[in-house]
Design a protein around this ligand. Structure first.
Ligand SMILES: [Zn+2]
Length: 368
């Protein structure tokens, strides 16, 4: 009898608990919990996004607008790069594509180059390539503009200029020739002094960053120094590294030189990422082709299709890209993997930069 009472009490307790749970399911508190869970998932996804996107070339830029380009893809007729139109300014304040102005979205047919009023007003601008000036004067929304026809359907356009120009319609210009200056204050339909720069191909607007890109300098402490092949090789041999190879080291030096990045830093990253690829390691012959894990990993996808030369160059370009916008009080290597770096980060792991810095110091201190 007593047992059955206890059982009944327990059953009632269970029923109450179940009832409470059912009430909770339908209550606003449960809805709030679901919303919080969804929000948390959303925040986690957003935080992870730059890392996930790292697998895609050129996608590190937070604007997404330059995702189609990683270094200019179009070259001048003689195979050289086109000239960046404003050497004194590397900052792009608005990218090619859709942007929001006021309440409506509109297409931005070019890029805007500016760096605050004082550093922008009256800065000289230069022809990106040789050509013939077709327009040089007042032009509705641009205020003053210059159009240069480079032949082959290629036209470059420079808008919001100062009224005093160095060229007139019909002028033949050389690549890198000064053509005018950025206007002071508001010129045409603009919110402040800037160069609006456009490239058209057969009268169609294209992303100017496929043609020109500013030369961005990495911090002096990690900029290019010729690699001491002998020292580097000797160290790598001591690490039983698959990178201990004259032609591989020459390729790493070349990649560093091309991007003005210290090849020793590139090696330090292989130390952190792959312990310098010991020859005893499984798949060392494959890892050595991409010891920087560009495109996420040496093991799969695009990252598995590269040569050492290619992956070294992409790693160097990544360093240049991530070096931008570094606050002066931040360590140059730490900034490469900082979660608040607006260009993305090299590695997810917080200790990454400490490991890289450690290997870098060891390599810099190698003695004859
Ligand atoms: Zn513009």
């Amino acid at each position: 009898m007593q047992g059955s009472i206890v059982k009944t009490v327990e059953t009632v307790k269970k029923a109450r608990a179940a009832y409470k749970f059912i009430v909770l399911l339908g209550s606003p508190a449960y809805v709030v919990l679901i919303i919080i869970a969804v929000l948390i998932a959303f925040v986690v996804l957003l935080t992870m996004l730059p890392f996930l996107l790292f697998a895609e070339e050129g996608s590190l830029n937070h604007t997404g607008a330059v995702s189609s380009s990683w270094g200019p893809v179009q070259l001048d007729a003689d195979g050289s790069n086109y000239q960046w139109p404003v050497p004194s300014i590397t900052r792009i304040t608005s990218y090619f594509g859709i942007r929001n102005i006021g309440d409506g979205a509109e297409a931005h047919g070019g890029i805007d180059i500016a760096d605050g009023a004082t550093n922008t007003e009256l800065q000289p601008i230069y022809a990106i390539a040789a050509g013939t000036v077709t327009i040089a004067g007042t032009l509705s929304t641009y205020g003053q503009a210059i159009y240069i026809d480079h032949g082959g359907g290629l036209v470059s356009i420079y808008g919001h200029l100062d009224t005093r120009m160095d060229v007139k319609p019909g002028s033949i210009v050389n690549k890198g020739q000064r053509i005018g200056r950025i206007g002071a204050g508001k010129v045409g339909r603009s919110t402040g002094p800037h160069l609006h720069f456009e490239v058209r191909v057969n009268n169609k607007r294209v992303n100017p960053l496929d043609y020109v890109q500013p030369i961005i300098q990495v911090s002096n402490e990690i900029s290019y120094r010729p690699l001491n092949l002998l020292l580097a090789n000797r160290y790598l041999v001591s690490k039983k590294s698959a990178l201990a190879d004259r032609s591989i080291l020459a390729a790493i030096d070349q990649a560093g030189k091309a991007q003005n990045v210290d090849p020793m830093l590139l090696l330090a990253i292989t130390g952190q990422e792959q312990s310098f690829v010991p020859i005893t390691k499984k798949h060392a012959d494959l890892i050595v082709k991409n010891p920087w894990n560009v495109f996420g990993c040496w093991c799969s996808g695009k990252g598995a299709t590269l040569s050492t030369e290619q992956s070294a160059l992409i790693a160097a370009k990544t360093i240049v890209k991530l070096s931008q916008d570094r606050p002066i009080n931040r360590n140059a290597i730490e900034w490469l993997s900082a979660k608040d770096n607006p260009r993305g980060y090299y590695a997810e792991h917080n200790g990454w930069w400490i490991g890289v810095s450690k290997f870098y110091q060891v390599l810099l201190n190698l003695k004859e």
